[in-house]
Write a protein that binds this ligand. Structure first.
Ligand code: SF4
Length: 435
C-alpha cells in the first residue's frame, strides 16, 4: 500500500468532528481518530486502516497505511444498542448523512413504524440491492434492532418491485421476524425521497416541512440498517462502505460499466477505486461522486467518505447551444450543479426556473409531492421567453416526461442532468414520453 487515506472531519450533517489523534501516532483499523462534537449534532470518525497519522489539520486527518493490513478492527465499547449506534459514528449512508442516533431522539408513539428505504432510487447505483440479495438476514436484523430502539411495533422494507431476487430473498426469512412486511414500490425517480416513501407506505403526503416522525415513523437507508446490525452484534464501527463504480471504464468492457464494491475502506482515494474498476477511459467527461441525479463533480484526489454511494466516469459533454435555460427540481441536481453542467456544455444560462412543486425549506428545495408532475409547460415557456435555445433539466421521471411533451414542440432541445452518467453505462436516458 502506498496511497494515503484521508478522513475529512466533516462527513455528515451537523458540526465537524474533533480530531483526537496527533501527527506521528500509530493507529489501528477501527480506532477512533475524531470524536463527535460535544455541543451539537455530529458523528465519531474511525480509521479504516492500520497505519501512521501523517497530518492532522482543521479539515482532515491523513493516514499512511501499513504494508500489512487485516480485516480485524478495534471493537466498540458500549453495551446498549442506541449507545453503540452513536458510538459507531453511523450516519444516513444513502447520501443524506444525518447522524443515525439522532433519528431515535424522540420515541415513536403507539404502533410506530420503522421503514427501511431500499428504493436505491438513483439509476446505476446497485450496491444496496446487491447487499440485500447477499445478506437479507443482516438487513432484517438491522430493522429489528431499529424497531426495538424506537419502540416500534411495525417494520417495513420499501423496495422497488422489479428487484425480484432481493424481494424473494427477504420473503424467505421474513417469517423469522415479528411485525415486518415488504412494501413494493414502482420504478420511478424519486421514489427514494423520504416523503415519497411515507406516501407509498401510508398513503399520506406530508407537508414539505414535516419529518417522518409526524407519520409516527422513522426512515432508515438499507445500508445504514445493515451497519446498525454490524455495530450492535459485531461491535463494528463505521469504517467500510458499499458502493457502485462505473461509467467510462478503460476498454469500455460491458461487464465493467457498472460494478459493485462491498466494504470499501472509508478514506480510500477515488483514483484507487477507479483503478480497481479497471481504470478510467481517458476520453471521459467528468467524474461524479454519488448518483446521476444528485451526485457532485469529484476528482481523482478526493476520497471515499461515509456518504459515498457511487463513483461514475461520465460521457464527454456534447457542445450545447449558445443560450440555455435551467429547470431545477427539488430532488435532482441543485442550482449550483446545473450551472456547472451548463458551463460544461459551453452554454450561457439565460433563465432559471424551479418546478412549481419545489419549495424552499431552510435554504434547500423540497418537493410538495415527489414524482407527481404538476405540469411544466409554463416553466418551459418562461425559459423560451428568456431567450433559451434549449433547456437543461434535472426533473424527476414524471416531470421529464411532461417537459418532453412540450419543449421539442416549442423548438427547444432537452438536456438532462443525468445524461453524461447514463450514456456512459449505456443506460436508457431520462426522456420517455408516456403513451
Ligand atoms: S414534481 Fe417537480 S420538484 Fe417534485 S420531483 Fe418532480 S420535478 Fe422535482
Amino acid at each position: 500500500m502506498s496511497e494515503l487515506y484521508r478522513f475529512p472531519l466533516k462527513q455528515c450533517i451537523g458540526k465537524p468532528s474533533v480530531a483526537v489523534i496527533q501527527t506521528g501516532a500509530k493507529v489501528k483499523r477501527g480506532e477512533m481518530i475524531a470524536a463527535k462534537p460535544q455541543d451539537g449534532l455530529g458523528a465519531n470518525i474511525f480509521s479504516s486502516i492500520a497505519g501512521t497519522v501523517v497530518s492532522v489539520n482543521e479539515t482532515e486527518i491523513v493516514v499512511d497505511p501499513d504494508e500489512k493490513q487485516s480485516a480485524g478492527y478495534v471493537k466498540l465499547k458500549k453495551k446498549k444498542p442506541l449507545e453503540l449506534i452513536e458510538e459507531a459514528g453511523l450516519v444516513g449512508l444513502g447520501g443524506a448523512g444525518f447522524p443515525t442516533y439522532a433519528k431515535f431522539s424522540k420515541p415513536l408513539g403507539e404502533k410506530g413504524t420503522v421503514i427501511i428505504n431500499a428504493a436505491e432510487c438513483e439509476p446505476i447505483l446497485s450496491h444496496n440491492i446487491a447487499r440485500i440479495e447477499k445478506r437479507p438476514e443482516q438487513l432484517l436484523r438491522g430493522l429489528e434492532i431499529a424497531m426495538e430502539v424506537a419502540g416500534a411495533t411495525n417494520g417495513v422494507v420499501a423496495i422497488k418491485e422489479y428487484h425480484k431476487e432481493a424481494i424473494d430473498a427477504l420473503r424467505k426469512i421474513l417469517g423469522n421476524y415479528k411485525g415486518m412486511r415488504i412494501v413494493p414500490l414502482i420504478d420511478m425517480y424519486p421514489m427514494g425521497e423520504e416523503r415519497a416513501i411515507i406516501r407509498e407506505v401510508f398513503g399520506e403526503v406530508l407537508p414539505v416541512t414535516a419529518l417522518p416522525l409526524e407519520a409516527n415513523a422513522i426512515v432508515i437507508n438499507a445500508e445504514t440498517a445493515c451497519r446498525i446490525a454490524e455495530a450492535v452484534d459485531e461491535k463494528k464501527p463505521l469504517i467500510d462502505k458499499d458502493m457502485t463504480v462505473g461509467g467510462k471504464i478503460a476498454g469500455n468492457a460491458q461487464d465493467k460499466l457498472v460494478q459493485v464494491f462491498m466494504d470499501v475502506a472509508i478514506g480510500t482515494p477515488v483514483q484507487t477505486m477507479f483503478d480497481r474498476a479497471g481504470g478510467v477511459n481517458p476520453d471521459c467527461g467528468e467524474l461524479i461522486m454519488g448518483g446521476p441525479f444528485t451526485g457532485k463533480r469529484t476528482t481523482m484526489e478526493d476520497v471515499v467518505v461515509k456518504t459515498t454511494g457511487g463513483l461514475i466516469a461520465a460521457e464527454c459533454f456534447p457542445k450545447g447551444p449558445e443560450k440555455i435555460g435551467l429547470l431545477v427540481c427539488a430532488c435532482g441536481a441543485n442550482k449550483e450543479r446545473m450551472h456547472q453542467l451548463a458551463e460544461s456544455l459551453g452554454s450561457k444560462v439565460v433563465g432559471v426556473e424551479c418546478c412549481k412543486q419545489a419549495k424552499e425549506v431552510n435554504g434547500n428545495l423540497k418537493c410538495e409531492n415527489p414524482g407527481r408532475c404538476p405540469g411544466q409547460v409554463q416553466k418551459v415557456m418562461a425559459l423560451k421567453k428568456a431567450g433559451a435555445q434549449a433547456v437543461l433539466i434535472g426533473n424527476c421521471t414524471d416531470c421529464s416526461n411532461t417537459v418532453m411533451s412540450c419543449a421539442p414542440k416549442m423548438g427547444l432541445p432537452v438536456y438532462h442532468c443525468t445524461d453524461g452518467a447514463l450514456r456512459a453505462v449505456n443506460h436508457k436516458i431520462v426522456r420517455a414520453i408516456k403513451k
